[in-house]
Design a protein around this ligand. Structure first.
Ligand code: FAD
Length: 413
């Protein structure tokens, strides 16, 4: 059998999909698509069945969906797009939906969005270039990010960011941020060799903290205002409990509880965007999905509510980061990629910078400082008290601390 490039790709794609897509694709290959080169290969039917069964089996942390249906709802609210979660991801998703003409509702289980972070990585925008940041080689940056993340990232998503985040920053600066008076503060990288491993992260950094307290509160609230002013709706203390599917399995809406605990059905014409954040407060999920020293570190140092403020307080009893979003998606048929989750290990107030030398409290080196920040995290998890056992030793002339204020207690110059 001769094979041109197209049929090779088609066949290779089908072979790759056989395990994930289950028995149907497998049977198609066995019956009529088997390429010549595979003639000597035996398909181990029992192994394929075992893999398919394993994929179909849901882990215990998924649990069972609540026994609620549309009939239990006191009200149906129709929209094009429902965004679940009103923090960073929710804000940008709802902005995009509204900006593209969709009737959009964003719902948030708390009385305010979860606030965290201050800087966001964008890349090659006109805004950054005008502010003095260098223009970067897209491919080089993608390689750095993928290596830094120890291959725990989807390269297609990294490419989406690398090629398009700049144009997004220019758009939101013009449409949302500058009219509201919150342009980003551009940091121009640390004064080490800019091509050194680890430094790229500072050189893409645009800080939106209007308060000087490492907080995206102003950023999120400016987006909330923009969304409302442009016809979108935001409902607080409204918690999604279950996604609603049609007979084909397509998600057509969601059931949520209102502040009184009554059920509301959000019926969507175009879809639901899940932006429900972390699962760090769900012990069962952390235990199942993170390796033991990482799970211990998360239990001890979760900084999730660290940025709750007077104007964005936690108003509900339930944890916002209980993994309900992940479980709802699993109930609707999603597959969870079981890779080690990424986590950068800092204690709440510690800063880890690419230090030339890292030692524990006995003065012993603990890891190779040149490895990626994710890899250093794994070593930090193993220390008796995480980053509190770690010192960074830096040359007094080699580093400007303007990016880490207050300076980390454990840093020695
Ligand atoms: C202290 C801290 C500092 C950080 N600093 C930085 C930084 O400087 N730069 C950076 O890039 N990253 C930083 N990060 C990480 C970054 O802030 C987060 O990854 C990002 O903000 C996550 O945004 P999100 O919208 O996906 O999720 P979250 O911020 O977790 O928000 C999820 C929202 O969904 C709501 N929600 C959850 N379940 C439901 C439900 N069932 N129904 C309705 N609503 C629901 C929650 O209440 C919450 O408001 C920091 C994180 C922390 C904790």
């Amino acid at each position: 059998m001769s094979m041109d490039r197209r049929s090779f790709i088609k066949t290779a794609g089908m072979a790759g999909g056989a395990v994930a897509a289950g028995a149907v694709a497998g049977a198609a290959i066995a019956e009529e698509k088997a390429p010549e080169w595979s003639s000597g290969m035996q398909v181990d039917e029992a192994a394929v069945a075992a893999i398919n069964a394993e994929v179909a089996e849901k882990p215990a942390w998924v649990g069972e969906p609540p026994a609620i249906s549309v009939e239990d709802c006191i009200e149906t609210i129709e929209c094009d797009v429902l965004v679940v979660g009103s923090a960073l991801a929710g804000c940008l998703s709802a902005y995009s939906a509204v900006n593209n003409g969709a009737k959009t509702i964003m719902i948030e289980r708390n009385g305010a969005p979860h606030i965290s972070g201050s800087g966001i990585g964008f890349f090659n925008s006109e805004y950054q270039k005008a502010g003095g940041q260098r223009e970067h080689n897209v491919q080089q940056v993608m390689n750095l990010v993928i290596n830094e993340a120890n291959l725990r990232v989807d390269p297609a998503l990294v490419a989406l960011w690398a090629y398009h985040s700049g144009e997004i920053l220019d758009e939101i600066e013009e449409n949302v941020l500058q009219p509201a008076g919150l342009p980003g503060n551009i940091s121009i990288g640390v004064p080490l060799d800019p091509d050194e491993l680890d430094q790229y992260i500072y050189d893409f950094h645009v800080d939106f903290d209007g308060s000087g307290h490492d907080s995206l509160e102003a950023f999120d609230f400016i987006f909330h205002d923009w969304i409302r002013e442009h016809g979108g709706e935001i409902m607080f203390e409204t918690c999604t409990r279950k996604l609603v599917q049609d007979e084909s399995g397509a998600v057509i809406g969601a059931i949520a509880t209102n502040p009184a605990g009554e059920y509301i059905y959000f019926k969507t014409a175009k879809g639901v965007i899940m932006c429900a954040g972390s699962y760090a407060a769900n012990e069962e999920m952390v235990k199942a999905l993170c390796y033991p020293s990482m799970a211990n570190f998360i239990r001890k140092y979760s900084g999730y509510n660290a940025k709750a403020t007077e104007t964005a307080p936690v108003t509900i009893e339930e944890r916002m980061d209980d993994g309900l979003g992940h479980r709802m998606m699993m109930w609707a048929g999603a597959i969870f990629e079981e890779i080690d989750p990424s986590y950068q290990a800092w204690s709440n107030d510690g800063y880890w910078i690419a230090a030339p030398l890292a030692v524990n409290n006995k003065g012993q080196r603990v890891f190779n400082e040149a490895i990626s920040s994710l890899s250093t995290s794994f070593h930090i998890f193993e220390l008796p008290d995480g980053a509190n056992y770690l010192w960074q030793i830096l040359d007094s002339s080699g580093f400007d601390f303007r990016h880490c204020s207050p300076c980390p207690a454990q840093t020695m110059r």
